[in-house]
Ligand binder design. Structure first.
Ligand code: NAD
Length: 351
């Protein structure tokens, strides 16, 4: 079992109510005053955080948006300069953390993140920026948050549908991490435990979306799955979701929810150990089927046709998926992939 392992640096605090530690965390990192970032929807909560921070808050930029448009980044950067902020504090989900990363990429300022969804971006050095309708992504160690405060109480109001889709999206990162070419035994442990915790937490949310224990399970799983995404290369599943989101504008998290069971079934013959670990994490006999049953139980979308995909686009999606493919444990076979896309479009049981 040969492997190479390079863990990413970063501090993590995980506790109910740990948002109260944010000021101390800034101080420990040597940040005198941070610009707080959020989406318009989370403005009230971000203002409450600013109240708590007192002089350690440089100001508020409340226009974080999906896919990190570059004009928003430019406006936030202006505010960084105006307020002489020496750090950024992202309060929110993947979109807000994405804005913090774009600022850090240009300025080198340190990021502190307070995640309020299960996307996991706070644990990765991956950034994305959208300009003229095109999204460009990359990796840079400067965009990895220096410190992350996971406070499950902040996720109590996260709508159930968004909780489920961002949770299934996180599970996809861990699932592909289990067969990643650059995986290692520690990432394997994190991935399996991340899938288990999220599956358990999401099932708990179905019974009661305000159950703090279930919220903590989900956030703990999100931390683990995000860490896997930050350290392992992704494969066919992420490539297909990237194509479907980029060229056909399908919603990001819902596309992951539909596709994951089908791409895992495609890869199953080439990655039996990964599938066994997914099955163990979900306490079922078959990994891909277990993922599909979980999505069904959670009421997640099950078919591409239900989330805006036109059947006439499937051939183009296939061609795009075959261009510049990511490494994958099973070679990309045109006919088998066509079948995969058809089944995902119809919402058929996994093959
Ligand atoms: P999001 O950040 O876009 O948030 C969705 C909506 O939920 C927003 O309106 C937000 O204000 C609201 N919201 C967030 N937390 C809330 C809470 N606790 N209560 C009530 N409302 C809340 O969604 P997301 O799923 O967190 O992030 C998706 C984005 O993150 C995608 O663009 C994806 O590409 C990116 N992402 C990046 C990485 C990476 O490593 N770079 C990893 C995962 C996801």
């Amino acid at each position: 079992m040969d492997f190479f392992c390079q863990s990413l640096p970063g501090r993590v605090r995980f506790a109910n109510g740990c948002i109260a530690q944010t000021g101390n965390e800034l101080q420990e990192l040597g940040i005198a005053q941070a610009l707080v970032l959020c989406t318009p929807r989370q403005r009230t909560a971000a203002l409450a955080l600013i109240d708590r921070l007192g002089p350690r808050a440089a100001g508020l930029f409340d226009q974080a948006a999906m896919h990190v448009p570059v004009d928003g980044v430019a406006r936030a950067r202006e505010l960084v300069v105006q307020t002489a902020a020496d750090g950024v504090l992202a309060y929110g989900g993947g979109s807000t953390v994405g804005l913090a990363k774009a600022i850090a990429l240009e300025t080198g300022l340190p990021i502190v993140a307070v995640p309020t969804t299960y996307a996991g971006s706070e644990m990765t050095p991956i950034y994305g920026l959208t300009e003229g309708g095109l999204k460009r992504t990359g990796r840079d160690p400067r965009v990895l948050p220096r410190s992350v405060l996971y406070d499950p109480t902040l996720t109590l109001e996260l709508p159930l549908a968004l909780s489920i889709s961002s949770g299934l999206n996180a599970i996809a990162h861990a699932a592909e991490g289990l067969y990643a070419r650059d995986g290692n035994p520690v990432l394997g442990l994190m991935a399996e435990e991340g899938i288990r915790a999220l599956a358990q937490g999401l099932a708990g949310l179905l019974a009661d979306a305000r159950e703090l224990r279930a919220r903590a399970d989900c956030l703990y799983g999100a931390w683990l799955c995000g860490s896997v995404l930050g350290q392992a290369g992704m494969a066919l599943h992420h490539k297909l979701c990237h194509v479907l989101g980029g060229a056909f504008h399908l919603p990001h998290a819902q596309t992951h929810a539909v596709m994951l069971a089908h791409t895992l079934a495609y890869n199953a013959p080439a990655a039996p150990q990964a599938m066994a670990r997914i099955a163990r994490a979900l306490d079922c006999r078959d990994g891909p089927r277990g993922v599909q049953e979980l999505a069904l139980r959670l009421g997640a979308p099950m078919a591409l046709r239900d989330i805006g995909m036109d059947a006439t686009g499937l051939d183009r999606a296939l061609e795009l998926a075959l261009q510049n493919p990511y490494w994958n444990p099973r070679p990309l076979e045109r006919d088998a992939l066509r079948g995969l896309l058809r089944r995902a479009w119809s919402g058929d049981p996994v093959a």
